[in-house]
Write a protein that binds this ligand. Structure first.
Ligand code: ATP
Ligand code: MG
Length: 564
């Protein structure tokens, strides 16, 4: 486990910043810094993408450069406008604005022209063999590959076949276009990689205009080049693709300008999966309620859960940019979240597992409106009035009829403080026939209004509470981690990651909250005192407010960090 330290304000440059500063010093790109974030619109973005977004857009901000949002839409089978829209929403929610919104499909014609040029120059050929035969012939890095029997087709035949591929004369899988590089290369990606495949599929932007689609390697570097990208950042698994990235660029241009691919470690989080394919499975097979289910590691899931964009940006900044794979502790992400919510979330009181308290000496039918501080961390947040009356709810856990010696909260004969209100003392416990507690009778001390005793009397506990008659009946959704295993991909033969799903990851409860939250807009953040941070779920209606528990108050990270 990577125990991420919390660097101070003046952290040193990460390796990509070092490269950029070197390029700026050497005037490699005439002082330009131009990055891009290139998602494939085949799913919703996850927290790993957030890291890439923060990095690419963040570098552009830092060096007064530009960052494009480029959809890598080269595979119509899995792509959809729903995903395009969600990606734009997520990038903007994180607080970034792209220089241009672009699509690899904008370059299909140009890519096609270059491919014909390759054919004319003897650098590409049409192969009639099926994909599995092609991949078998590649062999392994330690033995040379086998050349395709179609490798030496004439330029005329190749051009004719390629044009007919474009016209739709062949079925899917019947033919591909391959770059003619080196079947003996120790780098498997250089063994005549496929540039185009046939797909008779409607594309979400180009419709049925094309049935010939470029492969990632063929589209990506050329798109970077066409956009004037300077630093093209991807994840480590593409390191072995880099020679091919460079080879393609060398064939299409004699410019001195070249976008440069740089690889960084992907973000991995424990107890989390980060693959769109697997996340899609969770959605499709109904393990979660949708891409934005608050248990999902998607950006939309985190948003709905109550994460703030600032907390995710801070997290991305602090984990830094690594050159080697590692796993980050989810507790650290939660730590960044708590730190941010502590500053911005208004405090309110709510009770999830209520027990009724009656204050026997409180004037019947009377309500007092007490001053409560909205956020002790933010004086500008002001105060609000909270209703107090003779019938209250407190948390069942805050009462013990026969307390052990570490229990300082309410118990028979004991005095405690009610937050912002009064000291109360437990006088009697009422029960039903089965022995369940139905009501606790208390008295209050009118002299302790506001929570302090004029005679200096101390109490050992302060409890949250709500006035029963004024409380709103709300729904709260309490979440636990979605996976039980730290590494959900750690499975036996024949199993998949779903075996590690936590079947108890969602608990729905009724709760009572103070009336001040009524009508709060979806996504509003609160701290329910002593219970955690909550936010308003979009399922809320004026009749019934719904809250998600974003995170509890207990910071596991602080504990982990202090041990390391
Ligand atoms: P997945 O495997 O989850 O489907 P992907 O890499 O196929 O992800 P893309 O849409 O191609 O998804 O990714 C867009 C960008 O986000 C790429 O530059 C990719 O390198 C980056 N990215 C994806 N996952 C991560 C991650 N876990 N950490 C950092 N960057 C990531
Ligand atoms: Mg991808």
């Amino acid at each position: 486990m990577n125990k991420t330290p919390e660097p101070g304000e003046n952290r040193s440059l990460n390796f990509i910043e070092t490269i950029i500063e070197e390029d700026l010093k050497n005037n490699t790109y005439g002082g330009r810094v131009h990055t891009r974030f290139p998602p494939e619109p085949n799913g919703y973005l996850h927290i790993g993408h957030a890291k890439s977004i923060c990095l690419n857009f963040g570098l552009a901000e830092k060096y007064r450069g530009l960052c494009n949002l480029r959809f890598d839409d080269t595979n119509p089978e899995a792509e959809d406008v729903e995903y395009v829209d969600s990606i734009k929403e997520d990038v903007q929610w994180l607080g970034f604005q792209w220089h241009k919104e672009l699509y690899a499909s904008d370059y299909f014609e140009q890519l096609y022209d270059w491919a014909e040029m390759f054919i004319r120059e003897g650098k590409a050929y049409v192969d009639d063999q099926p994909a599995d035969v092609i991949s078998q012939q590649r062999k392994s890095p330690t033995e040379p590959g086998v050349e395709s029997p179609f490798r030496d087709r004439s330029i005329e035949e190749n051009l004719d076949l390629f044009r007919r591929m474009r016209k739709g004369e062949f079925a899917e899988g019947e033919k591909v276009l391959r770059a003619k590089i080196d079947m003996r290369s120790p780098n498997m990606h250089m063994r005549d990689p496929i540039m185009y495949r046939i797909l008779h599929k409607e594309h979400h932007r180009t419709g049925n205009q094309w049935c010939l689609y470029p492969m990632y390697d063929w589209a990506h570097g050329q798109s970077d080049f066409l956009e004037g990208i300077t630093h093209s950042i991807c994840t480590l698994e593409f390191e072995v693709h880099r020679p091919l990235y460079d080879w393609f660029l060398d064939q299409i241009t004699t410019d001195t300008y070249r976008p440069k691919q740089r690889e960084m470690a992907r973000l991995n989080l424990n107890y989390t999966i980060m693959s769109k394919r697997k996340l899609l499975k969770l959605v499709k097979e109904g393990y979660v309620k949708g891409w934005d289910d608050p248990r999902m590691p998607t950006i939309s899931g985190f948003r709905r859960r109550g994460y703030t964009p600032e907390s995710i940006r801070t997290f991305s900044e602090r984990i830094g940019v690594a050159k080697r794979e590692n796993v980050i502790d989810t507790a650290f992400l939660e730590h960044c979240l708590r730190e941010d919510l502590n500053k911005r979330a208004r405090r309110v009181m709510g009770v999830i597992n209520p027990v009724k308290i009656t204050i026997t000496n409180f004037p019947e039918g009377q309500t007092e409106w007490l001053d409560a501080v909205n956020n002790p961390e933010d004086p500008e947040a002001g105060t609000r009035k909270v209703p107090f009356s003779g019938t209250l709810y407190i948390e069942q856990d805050d009462f013990m009829e026969e307390p052990h010696n570490k229990f300082y909260r309410l118990s028979p004969g004991r005095e405690v403080r009610l937050r912002y209100a009064y000291f109360i003392t437990c006088r009697e416990v009422l029960k039903d026939d089965q022995g369940n507690i139905t009501e606790i009778l208390c008295t209050y001390d009118p002299e302790t209004r506001g929570g302090d005793s004029p005679d200096g009397r101390k109490v050992k506990a302060t409890l949250h509470w709500v006035s029963a008659e004024h409380a709103l009946k709300t729904e709260v959704r309490l979440y636990d981690r979605l996976f039980r295993n730290e590494n959900p991909d750690d499975v036996s033969e024949g199993e998949d990651f779903t075996v590690h799903l936590n079947t108890d990851s969602l608990q729905i409860k009724e709760a009572f909250t103070e009336p001040s939250v009524q009508g709060a807009k979806p996504l509003t953040h609160y701290q329910f005192e002593r219970l955690g941070y909550f936010n308003v779920d979009p399922d809320s209606t004026p009749e019934k407010m719904v809250f998600n528990r974003t995170v509890t108050l207990k910071d596991d990270w602080a504990k982990i960090a202090s041990k390391s």
